[in-house]
Design a protein around this ligand. Structure first.
Ligand code: ZN
Length: 311
């Protein structure tokens, strides 16, 4: 990574972030956020998911929300999560042209999440990728628990390499390695991402980290050092994983953008507007958010020297 690097941020707050919040945002409230994100040049985002509304009521208005946002930007930059064919069909019905399919590298975590083994989830790609290509839908895949599982522990690098090898035959737009439960450390991240990039140079590979144990930004840096150029992040640092004990906190978008901008790395995002969006999100949710820059302000912000209190 150098000063001229261009890092792409994939905003997941409207999906991964909001799905764990007890307050369910209306379409109008989501629109308010979307419009500020739009002004902040947040281009690429996961805006919702097509899952059963009883399971994730926060996402029940995804179709309606999409109808409102689809004309604001290149539709390929608006991605919806789909857990199965039914979800993919629902996404297609409303005209979504980019979807993300998630499964876990760990069998136990995958069973908890979607009641399938990892192998079974990969086999589903047979008909999912067929359906996607028949309808001109870009298919992305996220491999959850790529860096560790709260039930199985360490996930050997070899297992991830095998999974990736199995994915090669499908026409995938992007593959994201996710640290769903915040177990990764920077050394491990560097080693795995470096190996993947060396093995498959033309892979469009992204990373998704959680700040559960305070290593989120360090892990992002480690992945960028090995050549990753797409990073997932969530406005305000909201979100987590409902199937992993204590696993809260996606890496916060404004904290990531701030770090990169301070290092002279371009993200194309307007940080001031992004911080505004984070404040709006806190207001809509009615609680303080984990992100730090939105509270402390940018490090370039200067303060008046206080009057001496010694006299
Ligand atoms: Zn996440």
């Amino acid at each position: 990574m150098n000063k001229d690097s261009n890092i792409k941020i994939y905003e997941v707050g409207l999906r991964d972030g909001l799905q764990l919040e007890s307050k369910i945002l209306t379409v109008d409230e989501k629109m308010e956020l979307f419009l500020i994100l739009q002004k902040a040049n947040v281009d690429d985002m996961e805006f919702g998911s097509f899952v059963h509304p009883k399971l994730v009521p926060q996402m029940a208005n995804t179709a309606e929300f999409y109808r409102q946002i689809q004309n604001y930007k290149n539709q390929e930059n608006l991605t919806a999560l789909v857990p199965n064919l039914k979800g993919l069909e629902m996404a297609k019905e409303v005209g979504v042209t980019s979807v993300n399919y998630v499964f876990s590298a760990s069998d136990t975590h995958n069973q908890q999440n979607v009641r399938k083994t990892t192998k079974e989830s990969i086999e589903s790609l047979e008909y999912l990728s067929q359906f996607a290509s028949d309808h001109n839908i870009k298919l992305n895949v996220t491999i959850a628990t790529s860096f560790g599982c709260p039930f199985e522990g360490n996930i050997p690098q070899e297992r991830i390499m095998n999974i990736l090898e199995n994915l090669l035959s499908y026409n995938l737009n992007k593959i994201t390695l996710a640290d769903t439960t915040g177990m990764a450390n920077p050394k491990q991240v560097y080693q795995l991402t470096k190996e993947v990039i060396t093995e498959w140079k033309n892979f469009n590979l992204g990373c998704h980290f959680h700040n559960t144990r305070g290593m989120g930004l360090a892990n992002i840096l480690a992945s960028l050092e090995s050549g990753i150029t797409t990073i997932d992040a969530s406005l305000g640092g909201i979100g987590g994983c409902p199937f992993a004990p204590g696993a809260t906190g996606n890496v916060c978008t404004e904290d990531v953008v701030h770090m990169l901008e301070e290092m002279g790395v371009n993200t194309s995002i307007n940080l001031d507007r992004l911080i505004q969006a984070s404040h709006k999100l806190a207001e809509l949710l009615g609680h303080e958010l984990p992100g730090q820059v939105a509270k402390a302000g940018k490090s370039s912000k200067l303060y008046p020297i206080p009057k001496s209190t010694l006299i």
